[in-house]
Ligand binder design. Structure first.
Ligand SMILES: N=CN[C@@H](CCC(=O)O)C(=O)O
Ligand SMILES: [Zn+2]
Length: 436
């Protein structure tokens, strides 16, 4: 006898699929018209993949004889709930020791991000603490941060290294990410970000040489041996950090190793990072507060996703990324929390809210940016980012009659999210806090 299906969720008031024609990403018009089924059901197989999704009546007729490990009947709940595709966080720095709450106070008092960085704080402060921390401590804090993201609806998160800046600590961080990937249900896309800052006492040229001659070759060995899985390569391309030419050589070397180019660009100064990334075939560029019109046009043409980070612009009081101009130009706009010791936010619902209010995105645009387009930025939109047959059964069940409440209720996700489901397993039940 065939194995039962893992999960049936039936009679949801709304089922927010995002898209339904295997789109790899959505741009302006597509983002405005998300695929939503009124009164829908979804079936997830024993392999964790979606087997069927559609109107409740159709699914009922097709699966009348089927067996399920678990059935959630939305009709039996006091508020008829909504099902939404799991959220994707396209940019996080979740592995570190030592918080920077003292720097938050300095910034509130007027110091800029680069003032703190040049004075030896910022990334350098976190590097010192992360280098000294045992891997077990880093793993414990990473686990609790990922669980926190998961409770806020994130089912796939990008996770960067970048607080080592030398081989041993960068490897330690990537190993911790690998262990989290193996032991937690949340999906992870791992990013090597050894060029996150120029280590104290080194020049940019020396730091670049170390990455090209020491760090990347060792990483390649570990990836070939199957002991580390790394998906993306990142650089902080910024005035006073990695300039355009060193960024280019590091990103190119990563690409030759099979990594997706996905880097920090045009954040504090216009660096022409967008043009350079588009030319290199970057899958994504993050920040872009200072992107130029030419950079926007180049990204649209190259299908390089713009990962916008509303928390950073908000906390650092930067100019808002030009989301509307990017959308109008046909850029694939995605969102990320940028969780890091500077921007301590694990919640994609809050990120979407900020994107709507501060960057003037509509709610459907923000949800598309936090699902299918964020998955595209990570090279995962064939398996994640929408509720379509054969994709992962990653979804949220909301105690709300319309999906827009997830964005509208600022900071309300804790009460709104009833279940987080990954590959058909309930990994978070708001009524029965599971110890993950
Ligand atoms: N801008 C560079 N990197 C991070 C900040 C990292 C940190 O300050 O620790 C960012 O994306 O915002
Ligand atoms: Zn970042």
């Amino acid at each position: 006898m065939s194995r039962p299906y893992r999960l049936l969720v039936k009679n949801a008031k709304q089922l927010v699929l995002i898209c339904k024609n295997s789109e790899k990403y959505l741009t302006k018009d597509g983002m405005q018209n998300l695929c939503v089924i009124e009164n829908g059901s979804i079936v997830i197989g024993s392999d964790g993949l979606i087997k069927a999704v559609g109107p409740a009546e159709t699914i009922r007729a097709q699966y009348a004889e089927a067996l399920f490990d678990k059935v959630i009947d939305a009709a039996g709940m006091c508020v008829l709930p909504v099902l939404v595709s799991g959220l994707v966080d396209a940019h996080t720095h979740p592995v570190w020791a030592g918080d920077r709450v003292h720097e938050f106070a300095m910034k509130l008092a007027g110091a800029t991000y680069m003032d703190v960085h040049r004075a030896g704080g910022g990334i350098h402060f976190t590097v010192e603490h992360t280098q000294a921390a045992p891997a077990s401590d880093l793993l414990a804090s990473l686990r609790s941060r990922l669980v926190r993201m998961q409770r806020a609806g994130t089912t796939l998160a990008e996770c960067k290294s970048g607080y080592g800046l030398e081989l041993q600590t960068e490897l330690k961080m990537l190993e911790v990410i690998e262990e989290a990937r193996r032991s937690l249900p949340i999906n992870i896309s791992a990013t090597y970000c050894g060029a996150h800052a120029v280590p104290k006492g080194k020049t940019v040229v020396e730091a670049t040489e170390d990455i090209l001659r020491v760090q990347l070759p060792r990483l390649k060995e570990r990836m070939s041996a199957g002991t580390l899985r790394v998906d993306n390569i990142d650089v902080f391309c910024e005035q006073g950090v990695f300039d355009l030419s060193s960024s280019r050589s590091i990103l190119q070397a990563g690409k030759q190793m099979g990594l997706n180019i996905n880097f920090h660009g045009d954040e504090l100064h216009p660096m022409n990072s967008a043009q350079m990334g588009a030319e290199l075939g970057a899958l994504a560029i993050s920040h872009l507060e200072e992107v130029t019109d030419a950079g926007i046009a180049a990204m649209a043409k190259a299908k390089t996703a713009a990962v916008l980070l509303p928390t950073t612009a908000y906390i650092l009081r930067l100019p808002q990324p030009r989301a509307r101009d990017m959308l109008d130009a046909g850029v694939i706009v995605a969102l990320g929390s940028d969780f890091n010791p500077n921007a301590y936010c694990c919640s994609m619902p809050i990120v979407m809210h900020l994107a709507c209010v501060n960057m003037r995105m509509s709610m459907p645009e923000a949800l598309a940016a936090a699902t299918i387009n964020a998955a595209y930025a990570l090279g995962r939109s064939h398996t994640h980012g929408s509720l379509e047959v054969n994709k992962h059964g990653d979804l949220l069940l909301l105690n709300a009659t319309r999906w827009e409440h997830l964005i509208y209720q600022l900071g309300g996700h804790q009460e709104l999210i009833r279940y987080v489901i990954i590959k058909g397993d309930i990994v978070y039940d708001n009524n029965k806090i599971l110890d993950l």
